[in-house]
Design a binder for this molecule. Structure first.
Ligand SMILES: [Fe+2]
Ligand SMILES: [Fe+2]
Length: 232
């Protein structure tokens, strides 16, 4: 297991939940009609085809970042609103919310991603909910995963504070990453006439930052530097 992910999972105090989460992360596969679907390795997978975290390692970044955001929301709820929240459920929910996304992506030769045949039949949310039920996860954890897209884009609205926190953390991180990726693509296209294929979040943040500090010249220089570094 990725050490960053392992550190987060270790924060789950309930032993039975922690072990269930660990075993799913170490073996993130589903079996349908005797066929085992494994998908991209968790540390290589993106977390989106193009809208957000659409580069190698994006899945892990999104999982870790959204967990951090959710834990910050837990702190706000406890310290400022004096509300109660089950952190174990929030951590487990956040770590597992997109666990089967890697089963839905295929890597193309040019570094872009397409949907797998499995993804043409089932979405990552349905896959996760059914596998969590099969593995005997608690209902309130399954609800978090089921409701993480919210009711407008998913099957049910969050009905617990924990599910609401996870939904908001997911939306926030997807939006944060997606907006910066979109801006970096636009800036590189406008500055150089050709859109740079962004392969890490660091590149995207660098491009946007260079526009703030040095304007279009900064963008051109940063894009040139990124291309040079890739060839080195
Ligand atoms: Fe999702
Ligand atoms: Fe997500």
């Amino acid at each position: 297991m990725d050490p960053r992910l392992k550190k987060i999972v270790e924060k789950i105090r309930d032993k039975s939940l922690r072990e269930k989460v660990s075993s799913l992360i170490e073996n993130p596969l589903v079996e349908i009609e005797g066929k085992v679907y494994t998908g991209l390795p968790l540390n290589r997978s993106p977390a989106g085809l193009s809208r957000h975290h659409s580069y190698p390692g994006g899945f892990l970044e999104h999982t870790i970042a959204s967990t951090e955001i959710a834990l910050t929301l837990c702190k706000v709820i406890e310290k400022i609103y004096h509300g109660k929240i089950d952190r174990d459920l929030v951590i487990a929910g956040m770590v597992l919310h997109d666990i089967f996304k890697p089963l839905t992506y295929e890597e193309e030769k040019n570094g872009t991603y397409t949907a797998t045949p499995l993804a043409e039949r089932l979405d990552h949310l349905t896959l996760a909910v059914s596998e969590l039920i099969r593995r005997g996860f608690p209902l309130n954890l399954i609800h978090i995963v089921c409701a993480h897209h919210g009711g407008a884009a998913g099957p049910i609205w969050p009905r617990t504070i924990e599910a609401l926190v996870c939904h908001l953390a997911d939306v926030t991180d997807s939006r944060l990453n997606g907006e910066v990726l979109r801006a970096a693509r636009y800036l590189s296209r406008t500055a150089t006439g050709e859109e740079l294929h962004i392969s890490t979040s660091k590149e995207a943040f660098e491009i946007v930052h260079s526009k703030v500090i040095e304007g279009w010249d900064g963008v051109r220089k940063t894009v040139e530097k990124i291309i040079k570094d890739r060839l080195a």
